[in-house]
Design a protein around this ligand. Structure first.
Ligand code: SAH
Ligand code: SF4
Length: 413
């Protein structure tokens, strides 16, 4: 893999990796700046912005209500009849600019899983995935365009980092999901967005400021924010220890998922290169501190890779590390990616690993592989440029190629 550079708000220095690569955590190139949007601003800042535009402060609350409560898509020209014609346009242009343009929309599971690839005005590509279940609706969002952490089994990591997303670019993926669910555009009829998982493209804790501001917007009641329950929000991290400690102190009781993938440093150095900076013992220490401070159970993510990390000795070592802690294990059969020949463990191997952990008293589940047919499953989000023509929508049939955008798909709209 070629050297990668992480653009981040962090002031940490370069991270040496097992392969001698440098994963730099410092801001080395000034990224294009996304337009300001009201979701970037606190309520007070929105009012100040309205006043600076020559409007009364309450206009900011009106706009916020349209965006966060009515879920209006102002950039698509949807109605906001309480705003006089002559003020609507400048206010919308200044505070509700279009941040994300849909490039492709793919769906599978009879329309219950939908992936959208987005392009920002400066050309960055990102993806988000809506998953409808009988009892909940989840959106998996990106926190960065690409990722600089270099995990070799992950399609996002294989492509490197483009740039951090802004707070509003993160929030807008969630608002879009809430909007299409409320309007019944996802199969199964009208529903409410209940969960947000930061498991799309990027390392959320490498974009700390935008992430935490986005979390606050998602939790704040309307019209300041979307009014989601903090319990429904999950931040998944590769294990950036200082940021994990900082998040624990934020007073945001969101669930933390830690992508562990190996119980020993030797293998984790290879699978998760930042492990050379923050090894297993340190990263788990920070996770337990998070659990203690927030009272939230840690989700330990473990991708099962055939012949690499799925031996029972590793299940035993993992169980020993987790014994007595507020944690559960989420096993993810590896999803295939173009840049790696690793495969998921065979079903019998998955079952044996699961049984071993459970026998050792560790709460363990196997994650479903939703969205594989449309390359929307964990680690498959790559927003490949070849799929970025004018906006297209397609639905994957049951025989769609795994790990690739389906060819010969049905066009929906
Ligand atoms: N950067 C964060 C969040 C995005 S990745 C993190 O790494 O935690 C979301 C989850 O998908 C992580 O648990 C990651 O390890 C997992 N993942 C990445 N590539 C995968 C793949 N090919 N198959 C299965 N899971 C994968
Ligand atoms: Fe980045 Fe997470 Fe993929 Fe690693 S697994 S490259 S941290 S998105």
């Amino acid at each position: 893999m070629t050297p990668t550079t992480v653009e981040s708000a962090s002031s940490d220095g370069p991270v040496p990796t097992a392969a001698g690569r440098q994963v730099s955590l410092s801001l080395t190139r000034r990224p294009a700046r996304p337009a300001r949007h009201l979701a970037d601003l606190s309520s007070a800042e929105r009012r100040e912005a309205a006043v600076s535009l020559g409007q009364p402060a309450f206009r900011a609350d009106q706009l916020s209500r349209h965006y966060f409560a009515r879920l209006v898509d102002a950039a698509a020209g949807e109605s906001m009849t309480d705003l006089p014609d002559r003020v609507r346009e400048p206010l919308v242009a200044a505070l509700l600019p279009r941040l994300l343009h849909p490039v492709t929309t793919l769906q599978c599971d009879d329309g219950r899983t939908r992936k959208t690839a987005w392009r920002t005005p400066d050309g960055a590509l990102l993806e988000s995935v809506i998953m409808r279940y009988p009892d909940r609706a989840t959106v998996c969002v990106s926190s960065q365009a690409g990722c600089g952490m270099g995990c070799p089994f992950c399609a996002t990591g294989q492509g490197g980092l483009t740039r951090n997303l802004s707070t509003a670019e993160i929030v807008d993926q969630v608002v879009h999901a809430a909007r299409v669910l409320r309007r019944g555009e996802i199969a199964g009829g009208e529903s409410r967005l209940s969960n947000v998982v930061f498991m799309g493209m990027g390392e959320p804790l490498a974009n700390y400021g935008a992430l935490t501001a986005a979390l606050r917007r998602l939790i704040a009641p309307a019209p300041e924010g979307l009014g989601l329950s903090a319990r429904g929000l999950t931040v998944s991290t590769v294990g950036l220890v200082p940021a994990m400690r900082r998040l624990a102190a934020e007073g945001l009781p969101v669930t933390l998922a830690l992508s562990l993938h190996a119980p020993d440093d030797e293998l984790r150095n290879e699978l998760v290169p930042v492990n050379t900076r923050w090894p297993v013992a340190e990263v788990l220490g920070a996770a337990w501190e998070y659990a203690e401070r927030t009272g939230r159970r840690i989700s330990i993510e473990y991708a099962l890779i055939d012949g690499v990390n799925d031996d029972l000795a590793r299940a035993d070592a993992l169980a020993a590390l987790l014994a007595g802690q507020l944690a559960h294990v989420n096993l993810i059969p590896l999803n295939p990616t173009g840049g790696s020949s690793w495969q998921a463990s065979a079903p019998a191997g998955q079952r044996a690993f699961l049984r071993r952990l459970r026998d050792r008293g560790i709460a363990t589940t196997v994650r479903d592989t939703r969205g594989r047919e449309i390359a929307a499953a964990c680690g498959q989000l790559a927003a490949e440029p070849r799929r970025t023509g004018p906006h297209t929508s397609a639905s994957a049939g049951p025989a769609a190629t795994v790990g690739d955008a389906p060819t010969g798909s049905r066009v929906l709209r």
